[in-house]
Ligand binder design. Sequence first.
Ligand SMILES: Cc1cc2nc3c(=O)[nH]c(=O)nc-3n(C[C@H](O)[C@H](O)[C@H](O)COP(=O)(O)OP(=O)(O)OC[C@H]3O[C@@H](n4cnc5c(N)ncnc54)[C@H](O)[C@@H]3O)c2cc1C
Length: 501
Amino acid sequence: MTDQIRTDVLIVGSGLAGLYTALHIDKRLSVLFTTKESVDSSSSWLAQGGIAAAIAKDDTPEYHVEDTLLAGAGFCDEAAVRVLAAEGPEDVRRLAEMRVPFDLDAEGELAITREGGHTRNRIVHAGGDATGRETVRALMMLAANRASISFLGGCFITGLLTGENGSVNGALALRGGRKTVISARFVVLATGGLGQIYSNTTNPLAATGDGFALAAKAGAVLRDMEFVQFHPTGLYSAEPSERAFLISEAVRGEGAVLRNKVGERFMTGVHPMADLAPRDIVSRAIVRELKDAPFVSLDATEIPAERLLQRFPTIAAECAARGIDIARDWIPVRPVQHYQVGGVSVNLHAQTTLPGLYAVGEVSCTGVHGANRLASNSMLECLVFGRRAAETMNSEQYPSTNEQLPNTEEQQTTDNRDAGVTAGVYQAKIRRICDEYAGVIRTVSGLTRGLAEIERVLADLPEPHTREWAETRNMALSARAVLSAARARRESAGTHYIEKL
Ligand SMILES: Cc1cc2nc3c(=O)[nH]c(=O)nc-3n(C[C@H](O)[C@H](O)[C@H](O)COP(=O)(O)OP(=O)(O)OC[C@H]3O[C@@H](n4cnc5c(N)ncnc54)[C@H](O)[C@@H]3O)c2cc1C
């Protein structure tokens, strides 16, 4: 027995991109937004540093454009960057109106700080270093009170439904083991990243690359998948963990510096912006220091203790739980996978190459990040292009009420076998391949080997019968997309760094 649901707009993912899109859809359209777990299982919930927007008196969207283009290493889509920088300040003001409790300065204005690659202070934040959690909470409250919006937690989307002309008209889901067909006029992928294809990532367990795989299987174009951003300062832990804790770049923005194993600052000779150089440059400099040490140190001890603890309460608490007093001790850090720069190719209205299918947030590739994302531009991208997606759907013809449910006979994923025991083995293989061949520093020969190995994993994988197997296949498909794009690009660019040709 299959459940059937009909909605005007299906949004897959309840992070910032999904929520902000949902809240901008015309109230006359029914919106169903779904997540495979709960609202706190998203990168958005974990975001610390903040959202970039040119709102300071000494700043302009033009400066923001310049910094973004520079970080993107010549690969940004300039039209998309201009949209992001020009419309961003208004979306941040909207968030404040939507009761996101942004931190304020002594004059009662939005407090703004700086992060790597930004030449001006332009990062707004909330709860000190809990920007994502505070933002998602505020938007969830609004969505919960909107009659046109329904929310389904624990709803895992397994496939997209396509019509005769390739247009997307719904999705298949598993809910508590039950199959569900969701018919929709528009489907919006807001599924976040793919960090779980690496063993060290800041991303939540939910980041198994589902959206990239769903889109690719339906025939949508992916682009720039080789560009994977590694955050320079994941908290080092000798024990393996499912998710690395992030030490936000904003800590360096406030004055912390990196030191190598003999206590020397090593970023000063590497880049004019030293410790606040773009992330790819800092990550590579750290990897070089790691040749004979498992971590480098982040020294925040020059920042007044009171300011440090007030500004970074979450980081201070997590470090304290591991016996590190950030006001007195150096923090052990190393690069960790953090953000997928490439994704499902979209235009300036978040439309993919398939009619009816939109992509917003981290799963999408608008071109604003080029080969390397500028810090705190991703939450802004969720806002600007999420709203644009909604405005485009609002302006399209409204659906007819007697639409047929799509035919799903061939596309249904069943959930009648418990094959979960060995999916973890395949996941470990995928992570080993990505760590080894698609990390901070790559080689062409390594990428060739990695691609061959991931093809073997894909050939061995059984048909997905459960959520865990479906996620494993999605991880393998996402890993293949990263490896094959990286293999195809022979020159270094931004986050894609080839050591030996
Ligand atoms: C620790 C951390 C700190 C960060 N700090 C910042 C910051 O300070 N500033 C900044 O700009 N960016 C930051 N980022 C990046 C930023 O948070 C993300 O890029 C952004 O929040 C992504 O939002 P999203 O809505 O696209 O995806 P997410 O917030 O990851 O949400 C994805 C959603 O999709 C759901 N989903 C996935 N697959 C399926 C499926 N098959 N079926 C149903 N649901 C599915 C997930 O459960 C989740 O609800 C940070 C990221 C991390 C991990």
